[in-house]
Design a protein around this ligand. Structure first.
Ligand SMILES: Nc1ncnc2c1ncn2[C@@H]1O[C@H](COP(=O)(O)OP(=O)(O)OP(=O)(O)O)[C@@H](O)[C@H]1O
Ligand SMILES: [Mg+2]
Length: 510
């Protein structure tokens, strides 16, 4: 048997599946595509996470698009973190291209142009389904991790949550959280001290400063109601195809804190609400995180630990996570070690550091008699990648330099008109985009402060009246010139001014 035939058999045998699978393209030998030597990924192992890596412009995002489309077609819903804003084209069929036809001829796979069911979501003011979560849902532990506070400060945050629970004060948005932090060291100082011990202003001040930092990255848009139900990510269209949920994050590149906060909350919410999956043979949901270095780069150690452990746990819920990034070293070791599918596009050897990275990357792939992995890594063309997946038994498939198939949908973005048409027909936009600001800790605390102050005021007025009456009975002759009208006194008192601000806050709010 010649080398070419042996290679064909090696790849075909290694990519056989009993259950459902998706096809990424055909394997290449000595730089040439071997027709119909299909490289497949079984659905069964797609909850085992993955990595799509490669230098800029080598085809990472198109690979993501291809995998997302094929999953959707198999009835698996998908979530895409669209950081560069280049994925909305999934909603429209590809116009086709001579180069695409040529590519597919080499692969031995007919090319079909298709549009996919797409939902657009957003974290900010961009058009799309608004993703929100309440502070209460986040809980004290997650909030503390995100704010990266000290142990003492984390203790205070727990006390605050406990107080709000005990007193039925809903913590919905950042405004609520800030209010209660201030209350704990001002008006409510005594009350907190009696119940939980003294809370220092230095600590609440430090927490407040961290909140402001988060707020400056736009977190005030994210925290609040209506909170997003992750079940809505699992929809199928009328033909049984999985929805492709594109989270538009183009304005988040300079807000890494908000991005990691959001990612972690979404994963935590999914983990806590999805049922354990037995061996269903297919993933429940697959999430792709493009430009993944953004969540890892600025994450604190505590946050990283949290992400690493949730990545491990979420597999059992049938959720696969795919990280897309230029260099595999952008992803923490503990996460890399858990990845099943690896699609490595070309790496460039410009510097000594690059060459070292190539050597390291090559070592992470299984040995093969057909490839010198390090040299293949630098010679792959655009839309070609080294692929290593897990077969249905969970063992690595033969390493294959792969000519990737082209996306069936458009490799470009939607026009504004197309975007608006898509949003107009969205059911979720109607469900989530109404602004709600129901009575929560902020309003309830203001009421409480106001009430306390009114009573204090009444008491003070009564005392003053008594004192006045006493004085009057003593000397009735001087009363005309020196007596200050009690109302004027009240109007200029600090207590009154504060209570007016309580009301003002309410008025401003409306
Ligand atoms: N599978 C493919 N089929 C057809 N063309 C492809 C494929 N992959 C990549 N290309 C071509 O290569 C171009 C760049 O691909 P892509 O945008 O996916 O690169 P990238 O690695 O994500 O780049 P960046 O790091 O800049 O985000 C595409 O616009 C397309 O023309
Ligand atoms: Mg890209």
């Amino acid at each position: 048997m010649d080398r070419q035939n042996a290679f064909f058999n090696h790849i075909t045998e290694g990519n056989k599946n009993k259950g459902e699978y998706i096809t990424l393209g055909s394997a290449m030998l000595d730089g040439k595509t071997v027709e119909s030597a299909f490289v497949n990924v079984p659905l069964k192992t797609m909850n085992r996470h993955g990595l799509i890596a490669g230098a800029t412009g080598t085809g990472k995002t198109k690979t993501l698009q291809v995998i997302a489309e094929n999953l959707s077609e198999k009835g698996v819903p998908v979530v895409l973190m669209d950081v560069k804003g280049d994925l909305s084209g999934l909603a429209k069929a590809s116009p086709g291209h001579a180069k695409i036809d040529e590519r597919h001829e080499q692969i031995g796979l007919p090319f079909e142009a298709k549009a996919f069911p797409v939902e657009l979501l957003t974290l900010s003011e961009q058009n799309g389904v608004r993703l929100r979560a309440t502070i209460s849902e986040f809980g004290p532990v997650l909030i503390s991790r995100i704010l990266d506070v000290t142990e003492t400060q984390a203790g205070i945050i727990s006390v605050i949550f406990k107080y709000c629970d005990d007193n039925h004060l809903p913590l919905l948005d950042l405004k609520d959280f800030k209010k209660i932090l201030q209350y704990a060291t001002n008006e409510g100082k005594q009350e907190f001290e009696d119940a939980y011990g003294r809370i220092s202003t230095a600590s609440t001040g430090a927490i407040l400063r961290k909140l402001v930092e988060l707020e400056q990255q736009g977190a005030d848009l994210f925290f609040g109601e209506t909170s997003f139900d992750p079940q809505d990510l699992l929809r199928l269209d009328e033909n049984g195809r999985g929805y492709i949920n594109i989270i538009r994050l183009t304005d988040i590149q300079d807000k890494p804190k908000l991005f990691s906060t959001f990612m972690l909350s979404l994963l935590a919410e999914i983990y806590s609400t999805f049922p354990e999956q037995g061996d269903t043979g297919r993933p429940e949901l697959v999430m792709f995180i493009d430009e993944a270095h953004l969540i890892f780069n600025e994450a604190s150690k505590a946050l990283l630990n949290q992400i690493e452990s949730i990545v491990k746990l979420i597999r059992s819920k049938g959720v696969g996570l795919y990280f897309v990034t230029q260099n595999p070293t952008d992803v923490p070791e503990a996460v890399l070690a858990q990845l099943g599918l690896k699609v490595q596009h070309a790496l460039r050897a410009f510097t000594a550091k690059d060459r070292k990275a190539i050597k390291l990357t090559a070592q992470n792939y299984p040995d093969t008699e057909y490839y010198d992995t390090a040299s293949v890594l630098t010679s792959l063309g655009t839309g070609e990648a080294l692929v290593s997946a897990l077969n249905e038994k969970g063992r690595p498939t033969p390493l294959a330099a792969t000519m990737m198939r082209a996306p069936m949908s458009r490799m470009d973005i939607l026009t504004d008109k197309e975007l608006n048409e898509l949003l107009d027909t969205s059911k979720l936009v109607k469900k989530y985009n109404e602004e709600i600001d129901r009575e929560s800790a902020y309003e309830l605390l203001n009421d409480k402060i106001e009430q306390a102050e009114t009573e204090e005021l009444k008491e003070k007025a009564r005392k003053e009246r008594e004192a006045l009456e006493k004085a009057q009975s003593k000397s009735s002759s001087s009363r005309k010139s020196t007596r200050m009208n009690p109302i004027v006194k009240v109007l200029t008192s600090a207590v009154f001014i504060r209570s007016v601000f309580g009301i003002l806050n309410k008025v401003i709010k409306k």
